[in-house]
Structure formats: C-alpha cells, structure tokens
Design a protein around this ligand. Structure first.
Ligand SMILES: [Zn+2]
Length: 124
C-alpha cells in the first residue's frame, strides 16, 4: 500500500485526526452552547460583517465573545476537511509540506512558519 503521492502516512493521518477531533470536542465543550454550531454553519466567514446585517445578532455577539476559540475551532474543522481531502499537511500559501514538528505542535496549522510569519507581519 505504498502511495508516494500521499503527503502524510496513514498512521500519521490517524494520529493527527485523533488530535484534531480531541481538540475540537474540547473546544465545543468549553464553548458549551449549541449556538456555536449555528454560528459556525451560518456564516462562511465570521469576519465578513456585511453578512450579518440581516441575521440575528445572537450568533454575532457569541462569535465576538468567543472569537479566538471559534477561530481556532474553524481552523480545526478546516484541517479535518483537508485530512479527508488528502491535502493535509501542506502550506495553503506556498504548497510546501509542513514539518512534522510543526504539525505535532499545531496539527491545525494552515501555513508553514515562513508564510505564517509573512502573513502576521504583512497584515498588521
Ligand atoms: Zn508556506
């Protein structure tokens, strides 16, 4: 079952999926309200405020209060999707594989260290 194209070994995928699901469950429990599910599903991009004009502000307020947790949860959900699609572990920006060390520390990382730093300094 050697698949040279595969970016991560299936044993790694299982390990990372477990880490991601665990963290996701933990965060959902921490947020502790069904509103998070509505909020996550309702708005593709919670930072696109224009979208909120016609919607209940309950989710919006919830997102504001739990901004970092919700953002993290979305990153985790995104990583789980990438795992399913088979492109987990590559930088969304430059397409280079993320280091194993980085993935072990932050399995939901979207960008390599270089791109992450560039984005952080670039967007400020
Ligand atoms: Zn990159």
């Amino acid at each position: 079952m050697a698949n040279v194209k595969s970016k991560a070994k299936s044993s790694d995928v299982r390990q990372f999926r477990k880490m991601l699901e665990q963290k996701s469950t933990e965060l959902k429990a921490q947020l502790g309200t069904p509103t998070v599910h509505t909020a996550l599903k309702a708005i593709p991009d919670p930072y696109d405020t224009a979208d909120w004009a016609e919607k209940s502000h309950e989710e919006w307020i919830f997102l504001q209060k739990n901004n970092s947790e919700v953002a993290l949860l979305r990153e985790i959900e995104g990583a789980l999707v990438r795992l399913r699609d088979g492109n987990f572990g590559t930088c969304l920006d430059c397409g280079l594989p993320l280091s194993r060390k980085r993935l072990e520390a932050v399995p939901w990382a979207q960008y390599c260290v270089t791109c992450q730093e560039r984005r952080q300094t670039g967007s400020n």
